[in-house]
Ligand binder design. Structure first.
Ligand code: SF4
Length: 472
């Protein structure tokens, strides 16, 4: 029920008021811009030949590398989950054949990459990467270390599932050199947990968190989701309070993406979802709690302690984004391994097969298991740079883009600036003669600001196509 015509929110000490219509107007389907062009633009006629040609172009490159390994297995399905997962309790029986293919893919790719290139970042995501046993974790890590040249200060991270990760696995990870962890939490409320089939009490999470702190992981992130079934402002606020007692280095506060036409299991709780103003109020309370506790709102779901390198990179404009979110490792080519994983080079995106049988078939036949991809155009690169800088820094000096791309900003982006005029009237951006600034209010609607520069977005078709989740 609407209780007010205007909404107030405190964001890092600044109190802003905005009309309720703004929330309704901008909470529309839109991309998250982990890539530009976004995944729906990638083409099925981009296959192994195109991917091999793109890799060949980087043969003499010395640019640093970012590597990603996708481990798709989970023991049980969390009903809100939008990831590409395979549910199985058979562990060794399913993970051993997968690991064998993953290692083959890594070997094959490493043969095509200049061995002098240093790996600055490695991330294991899923699914549940710790579905692998401690011995399998070691086997996969040693395989990567044998085939790539890791920088001594490489950022080596993994997603941890507190319900199924053992102390032995944590010790193994630390011994191997993993220095970053991301813990999935989502919500501590018992009713929410039961409804989404993810029962994970605070005490269990705290135990694994404390173990990891004692082991000396240098950065621990926690993932939360707002907008889950049965969540209320009060219940989620209690979750955030509990998280604050753990004092993680970073917090990701994701909006629950309700896409039951893609993920059927989400339909089971569709009648219990907080919607519209109610969902926004949950987000608002959380954002206020986190910023009051000293975390900085980096933008697009992410918060970090002021001393964290994400904040430093944001201050000196070196922050960038990749498929894992915000990162300080700009200029890396990202090579990804495993089913459904996405590689990103300067000129190309390539995604592996999403289904295990097709992935296995391609690897077993000695091929790179690419399913689709895209070669980006010069215009895509320009727009990607603009969107990236808006999402990372909130301020876009036009001269920065003009210098880099040899354009006259106001001429090139005349249509985009015209689109932004409406966002300026709604106080989401300030259009200065030499820069575009996202306002504090606009930082809540970052995706909408970025969408103004998306030349490939079919704005009229957005709602009907049902490809993207809502922006809040
Ligand atoms: S453990 Fe993570 S990846 Fe697996 S089903 Fe749950 S949310 Fe999805």
């Amino acid at each position: 029920m609407r209780t007010t015509e205007s909404i107030a929110i405190d964001l890092g000490g600044e109190r802003i008021n905005f009309p309720l219509e703004i929330l309704e107007k901008y909470n529309q389907p839109g991309p998250r811009y982990t890539s530009y062009p976004t995944a729906p633009e990638w083409r099925d006629d981009f296959g192994e030949a195109e991917w091999l040609a793109a890799i060949e172009e980087t043969r003499t490159s010395t640019a640093p590398l970012s590597l990603y390994a996708h481990l798709p297995f989970c023991q049980s399905l969390c009903l809100f989950c939008g990831c590409n997962v395979i549910i199985s309790k058979k562990h060794e029986e399913v993970s051993a054949p997968y690991l064998a293919r993953l290692k083959q893919e890594i070997t094959r790719m490493s043969e095509r990459i200049n061995p002098a290139r240093q790996v600055q970042q490695l991330h294991w995501g899923g699914g549940t990467p710790t579905y692998l046993s401690a011995a399998q974790i070691e086997e996969l890590f040693n395989h990567l270390a044998a085939h790539f040249n890791f920088a001594p200060d490489a950022e080596i991270g993994i997603e941890i599932e507190p319900r199924t990760t053992s102390e032995e696995q944590c010790r193994t990870l630390r011994r191997l050199g993993f220095n970053r962890l991301s813990l999935g939490v989502q919500d501590f409320d018992p009713l929410v947990q039961k409804t989404v089939n993810r029962v994970q009490p605070y005490e269990m999470t705290k135990a694994i968190f404390d173990t990891c702190r004692e082991l000396g992981f240098s950065s621990i992130n926690v993932d939360l989701i707002y907008g889950l079934p049965h969540q209320t402002v009060e219940s989620f606020s209690r979750t955030v309070d509990k998280i604050l007692t753990l004092s993680p280095d970073r917090i990701a506060l994701f909006s629950y993406a309700h896409v039951p036409w893609l993920k059927k299991q989400q339909g089971s709780f569709a009648n219990h979802l907080p919607m519209g103003f109610e969902k926004f109020s949950i987000f608002r309370r959380a954002i206020e709690q986190l910023t009051e506790a000293g975390y900085r709102y980096i933008g697009m779901d992410h918060f970090a302690r002021p001393e964290d390198e994400l904040c430093r990179a944001q201050d000196d404009r070196t922050l960038t984004r990749n498929f894992q979110g915000y990162t300080t490792k700009a200029g890396c080519d990202l090579y990804a391994f495993g089913v459904s994983s996405i590689s990103s080079l300067e000129n190309v995106y390539a995604q592996n097969w999403r289904d295990l049988p097709q992935y296995y078939e391609a690897v077993d036949a000695g091929r790179l298991p690419v399913m689709r991809g895209m070669r980006v155009t010069a215009e895509d690169k320009l727009r990607r740079a603009v969107i990236n800088r808006i999402l990372c820094h909130g301020t876009l000096p036009k001269a920065e883009i003009e210098r880099e791309f040899g354009i006259v900003f106001d001429e090139y982006f005349a249509a985009d600036l015209a689109r932004l005029a409406e966002l300026e009237r709604d106080q989401l951006v300030r259009l200065n003669p030499d820069s575009i600034e996202v306002t504090t209010l606009g930082r809540i609607f970052m995706r909408n600001v970025a969408m103004a520069f998306d030349a490939r977005l079919n704005r009229e078709e957005l709602v009907r196509q049902r490809v993207f989740s809502r922006t809040l």
